[in-house]
Every structure is written in C-alpha cells, then in structure tokens.
Design a protein around this ligand. Structure first.
Ligand SMILES: Cc1cc2nc3c(=O)[nH]c(=O)nc-3n(C[C@H](O)[C@H](O)[C@H](O)COP(=O)(O)OP(=O)(O)OC[C@H]3O[C@@H](n4cnc5c(N)ncnc54)[C@H](O)[C@@H]3O)c2cc1C
Length: 404
C-alpha cells in the first residue's frame, strides 16, 4: 500500500538513516513485530528492554510508512472530546483514556531523551473554537478536563486575540503537549535495537500469518519462516488486511511545510501547537529549525493516485487557511505531501488479540490523529498482555469494546 505522496519533509531532511538486512534464513523468537514504523519501534523497544527476545520485519525501508508523513504533534487531547467519550463509555473509562494519553507524553520525552537528537520539544496546545456555536461545547470540555486535573485554561475572544493574535471564539489552552521528528525517532530506536542484538529486517514482507494455540508462524515473501510465541501486527493502516471485521476507515491527510521563518514573525507559534474545533481540522506546529508545518484538509480518498493528484490544491488551501488565521505571517510552502491514516468510530485505538486469530496474535492499531501517543500507550499495554498482567486500558482499547 502506498501511504504517502511526494516526499514528506522528514524523509527529505533525514534521508535513509540506516540500512537493515533482509531476512535470509528461518528464524525463531519470542515476539515477532510486523511493521517498522513508530508503533513497531516503540513496542519492540519496550519488549526488548524488558528481556523479551524480539524480531522486527518491515516490508520496505524502516520508517517510510505513515511515520514519515506524520506531522507528529504529541497531544493528550484526542480527536474525540472527553465530553463525548464520557457519554459513550462513562466517566471512569473516558478519563482513564485521557490520562493515559497525558502520561504517554512524558514517556515519549524519556524515550527521546535517551536517544538524544530526535527533535523532541515540549509545547503548549491551543484548541480554538472555529465557530461561534462551538464555544459552549469547548467551555464545557475545558471545565470537565479541569475538574479531572488536566492543566487547562479557558481563553475568551479578547484574551485569545491579545495573547495569541488569533481571532476566534475562545480556546482551551493546555500546558501539556510536545513535538518530535517521528521518522528519526523510529530509525534511532531500530538502530539501537539492532546494535543490542535484536534482529531488525527491512525489505522483508510478511505474506502469511498462522496463529495457533502455542505459537505463531509467519512466512515472508522470500519464503522464510518465522516461528514466534507471539506476533504483533504493527503494520499501520495495512493491519486491517489481516481482519475480516471492518474496524476503521482509511482517510488521507495533507501537509505542507515552509522554509525557516524569522522567530519574531513566528511569535507564539514557536512554543504552541494550534488546532481547531472544525472538522476536518487545521493543525499547526513549528520545527526545530523554525519552519511552520501545517496539516489538515482530510478527506475520504483512499486511492494513492487520486490522493497524490490533490496535494498541490490541498497545500494551497492550507496556506489560505493559515494566512486567514495569521494575516501577517506571509508563508510559502517548501514541501507538501499527503499520507493515509485510519480512523475508528470513537477515535480510540485497538491493542490486543482479535477473536479471529486467537490470543497469540496481537494488533497494534494506533489509529486516529494522536497515533503516536497511542503507540506509546500500546507498547506498555501489549507488554502487559504478553506477560499476562492486567492493564487498566486492556478492555477499553480491545476489540471487545465494539460489542458494548
Ligand atoms: C499527514 C499525517 C499527519 C499525521 N499527524 C499526526 C500527528 O500530528 N500526531 C500523531 O500522533 N499522529 C499523526 N499522524 C498519525 C501517525 O503518523 C500514525 O499514527 C503513525 O505514523 C503510525 O505509525 P505505525 O508504525 O503504526 O504505521 P506506519 O508508519 O505506516 O508503519 C507500518 C509499517 O508496516 C509496514 N508493513 C505493512 N504491511 C507489512 C507486511 N505485510 N510485512 C512487513 N511490513 C509491513 C509498512 O511498510 C509500514 O512501514 C498523522 C498521519 C498522517 C498521514
């Protein structure tokens, strides 16, 4: 599956960071991870650091799936409001999900600190009301988050204009957020794993999966067999290929990045992620070299050629929207691209086994606008399942919630 168009900024900036060998012989391991994106990287790292014998298989080069297309805003606030999650799953589960996302950000910071140069940086996050009639909902959302201990502040129209030069109907300002270079983080994690003795094989496509009661057997396109105690499908949006049940829908998102902008002109954008209550939403961040990265204009196009044909038009729309929000910024896109992402109906991810395959084949579907935050949660959750320990989100993030 072609997951991105053109060349996303991260792959242009970093190039092919490391080469890993193809799998050339049969292999045995405790846990086989299928997919060499940020999800596979965080999961393999978590398992290997805790003594599991892991092996990783990626069909192309490491990190060239949607990880390289990602704009990598790291937020605890997911696409579904806490208010809506409470209505669906009750206050306990909804708050537990939001808290886990909040805890994932310092966990990602710790992983980044260990790896050093992966451009992780803390940010604030500003979520503004795009329409007058969104204001009440956002104020209720802000109160609810505040009541549950999230560090938030409500900004009315005047405060928003004065502090952020944004003309909108109010906003939730969250203290907790961050950004990262996701391609670099995934590449560095796999490189460290390989140096530590974990087999990491790229250009190794898993063709078939047979999950039995005692082990999982994988075969590669090259004809090798991998026998593992457990396998984890961290194949991004291709993971759905292994399930008969329809659990998510694929969408395309579009992004553009400018040349570096003078930091005086960037102003508050240097330290603040910006996104909005309209759907699909516009989202903005800056990079460590002071470029402005904007994404949005999501649509339901799932055919790479049609998606690619739209990139320039979508990038022009993103520029219009940014200029409307910040009329004095004057931006020119340096690169633009598109990527596929998947969305679940409730905005939550799926981690764990599916009844179709039994308990030894796990899925890591970190779907939604906060995929990277979810991947960090999923790493701990899947380790708990493999070690037969309880995890507070195992039920909510399982396929079982589709029956609720
Ligand atoms: C434009 C865009 C903007 C985004 N913005 C954000 C954001 O701001 N914040 C955020 O948190 N998330 C964001 N996301 C989502 C985020 O990028 C994803 O959640 C994340 O990259 C998914 O990582 P992954 O490892 O699960 O998938 P991928 O990076 O796609 O990796 C899966 C890998 O599996 C491999 N694979 C598939 N099938 C096989 C097979 N049979 N055998 C071997 N290998 C296989 C693929 O080649 C691929 O490399 C965005 C996504 C897009 C497209």
């Amino acid at each position: 599956m072609d997951l991105k168009s053109g060349y996303p900024f991260w792959s242009v900036k970093n190039g092919l960071m490391y080469a890993f060998p193809r799998l050339e012989a049969d292999l045995r391991c405790d846990v086989a991870v299928i997919g060499g994106g940020i999800t596979g990287a965080l999961i393999a790292d978590e398992l290997a650091r805790h003594g599991h014998d892991v092996a990783v298989f990626e069909q192309r080069d490491i990190g060239w799936g949607s990880t390289s297309a990602s704009t990598a805003l790291l937020q605890y606030e997911i696409d579904t409001h806490l208010l809506d999650l409470v209505l669906r799953y009750g206050e306990d589960d909804a708050v537990r999900a939001y808290r886990a996302c909040a805890e994932a950000i310092p966990m990602l910071r710790a992983v980044a600190a260990d790896l050093r140069d992966v451009a992780f940086a803390p940010r604030e996050s500003l979520y503004y009301a795009s329409r007058r009639w969104h204001r009440g909902t956002l104020q209720d959302e802000c109160r609810l988050r505040d009541r549950h201990g999230f560090e938030v502040e409500w900004l009315d129209r005047a405060a928003l204009r004065e502090r952020y030069a944004i003309d909108a109907y109010g906003a939730i300002l969250s203290a907790l957020a961050a950004v990262v270079d996701p391609y670099r983080m995934a590449s560095r994690l796999f490189h460290r794993l390989a140096r530590g003795g974990t087999p990491v094989h790229d250009r190794t496509r898993i063709e078939t999966i047979e999950a039995g009661p005692r082990r999982v057997r994988l075969t590669t396109a090259g004809g090798q067999t991998v026998t593992a105690g457990h396998a984890i499908v961290a194949a991004g949006y291709a993971s759905q290929h292994w399930l008969d049940q329809d659990v998510a829908s694929n969408r395309s998102s579009y992004a553009m990045i400018t040349d570096p902008i003078d930091d005086q002109r960037l102003g508050m954008l240097r330290d603040t992620l910006v996104w909005e209550s309209a759907r699909p939403y516009l989202y903005l961040r800056t990079t460590s070299d002071d470029r402005l990265l904007a994404g949005g204009e999501d649509d339901a196009v799932d055919v790479p050629a049609r998606r690619d044909a739209r990139v320039e038009r979508k990038a022009a729309k993103l520029v219009d929207k940014v200029e409307k929000l910040f009329p004095r910024l004057g931006i020119e896109p340096a690169f633009s691209w598109a990527g596929t992402f998947a969305e679940t109906r409730d905005g939550l991810p799926f981690f764990g086994p599916h009844p179709q395959h039994g308990p030894r084949l796990h899925f890591a579907m970190a779907y939604g606008g906060n995929g990277i935050t979810y991947s960090m949660i999923g790493a701990g959750l899947l380790r708990a399942l493999i070690e037969r320990r309880k995890h507070p989100l195992a039920a909510l993030f399982s396929f079982g919630r589709l029956e609720r």
